[in-house]
Every structure is written in C-alpha cells, then in structure tokens.
Write a protein that binds this ligand. Structure first.
Ligand SMILES: [Zn+2]
Ligand SMILES: [Zn+2]
Length: 248
C-alpha cells in the first residue's frame, strides 16, 4: 500500500479548506462571496479615493478644488519634470485600504494584497500608460535592501502586466540610500541624487520606459530615475504608481 505523501496531503487539505472557507475582505473581514474578483468588500472599496480630474497632465497632482479642468500645476509650470506623465490609481490614505495594502505588502510581506494592488493598476487611466510603453522598469531596490526584504514590491506590481517586457537590470540602484520616509522634499532629492544607474544604455535608447512603483510622494525618486534614463538615451519616461499623496 502506498504511503500517503505528507506534502501532498497538506496541499490537498488546504485546497479543501479554501473551498469551504468563505472569502473574506482583506480590510474588514466581511465575507465577499465566491464570485468577487478581489478580496475587498463594497464598503471598503467605497473608501478608496480614486484619482480623478482635475489634475496636472504632467505630474498627475490632483487639485484639491474639485472644479475646473486639467491644468498644469505650479511646479510643472516652473520646471517640467524629466518624465512626460506620472499617473496613479488612487490617492494615498495611510489608514485606508490603499495605505494598508501598500504597507502590509511592503513591510510585512503579506502577498495576499498583491493581486488586489495589481488589479488597481489595471484601471483605464493606468493602462493607457502601459499601452504606450516599450519597456516596464520597476524602481529598483539596492541589493542590500532587496536581501533584507526578500522581494521588490515594484517588481511584483509590474509582473501584473503580462504582455509587456519587464526590465530587471535596465535601471539599477548603485548607491544605498536611507528610506525617504521622514525626509523633507530637499532631503529626498539629495538622498536619491546619483543613486541610480543604467548599465546598458543600448537597452533604453529611443524607447518609452514606464517606471513602476507603489507610491509617488514628492516624486524625487521618479524624477531621478527618469533623469538617468533620459540621459542614457530613453526617448520618453512615464511613471505609474498604485497611489500618490494627496494634494500639496
Ligand atoms: Zn471590507
Ligand atoms: Zn504638475
């Protein structure tokens, strides 16, 4: 008689359990039903502030006054950034579903949030940038940080787009930097200055590169990555993030 394979048995039991357990909202624990595309209930989804016009057509800043049409923000009028467009799916609310999903994936490695975050990047606004891109470039982590965290959340997010080439080594982090959290805008700019490199410029020459990351805060990282990519010969750089901080 063949002995039962414990690994197989464990996998089988888990599958059976998952079949019988109701699917729960990742934020409040309410049942979402088997047919739900994602593990978020309608109430929690309603708490998400999706990015909408009026906003700046370049940096994507969402204007606090909800009237009027899209227009250049003061910063982009004064000095256009090295990227052509930055877009995000939602506004960042640290305690809301978007903030929780980003933090739980990034700092606790809770992969259950990944399909949800990837699905938010498939909103029409975001897909427009993906369609225009030749190459997706996740914002890289320094090898030291990658080793400590075990994964790069930007890379995982970019893997949600199956039909676009993903560039693992096109943009690299050459210098270790302290986290941007808690730094003011000038400190953030100084912190990332010279942190990135493009080891094979021929891989980006003449191409439209779409940078992918979880969060757009002051844009210092995106600006520095775009500057380096443009200098290496990229024709156009755009930026896509799950979330961006609210109005200035
Ligand atoms: Zn919920
Ligand atoms: Zn702007």
């Amino acid at each position: 008689m063949a002995a039962l394979n414990p690994a197989w048995l464990k996998r089988f039991s888990l599958t059976v359990l998952e079949f019988f357990l109701p699917r729960l909202c990742l934020f409040c624990g309410a049942g979402v039903g088997e047919a739900a595309a994602q593990a978020v209930c309608p109430e929690c989804e309603a708490r998400i502030d999706w990015v909408a016009s009026p906003r700046c057509p370049i940096c994507g800043l969402v204007f606090e006054a909800r009237d009027g049409s899209d227009r250049l923000c003061g910063a982009c009028q004064k000095e256009p950034p090295p990227f052509a467009r930055a877009r995000a799916a939602a506004l960042y609310d640290p305690e809301g579903p978007v903030g929780q999903a980003i933090k739980r994936l990034k700092f606790n490695g809770q992969m259950a949030y990944l399909p949800l975050l990837q699905s938010w990047l498939h909103r029409p606004d975001c897909l427009e940038l993906v369609a225009d891109a030749d190459l997706l470039a996740p914002v890289p982590l320094h090898p030291r940080r990658l080793k400590a965290r075990g994964f790069n959340q930007a890379w995982l997010l970019a893997q949600g787009f199956k039909d676009k080439p993903l560039a693992r080594e096109v943009l690299i982090r050459e210098r270790f930097t302290v986290p941007q959290v808690g730094l003011n805008p000038k400190e953030r700019r100084d912190n990332v200055k010279g942190a990135f490199g493009v080891p094979q410029p021929e891989a980006v020459k003449g191409k439209t590169i779409l940078l992918i990351d979880d969060l757009f805060t002051t844009g210092a990282t995106a600006r520095e990555c775009a500057r380096v990519l443009r200098r290496a010969g990229a024709a156009r750089v755009e930026v896509l993030t799950v979330a961006r901080v609210k109005h200035e």
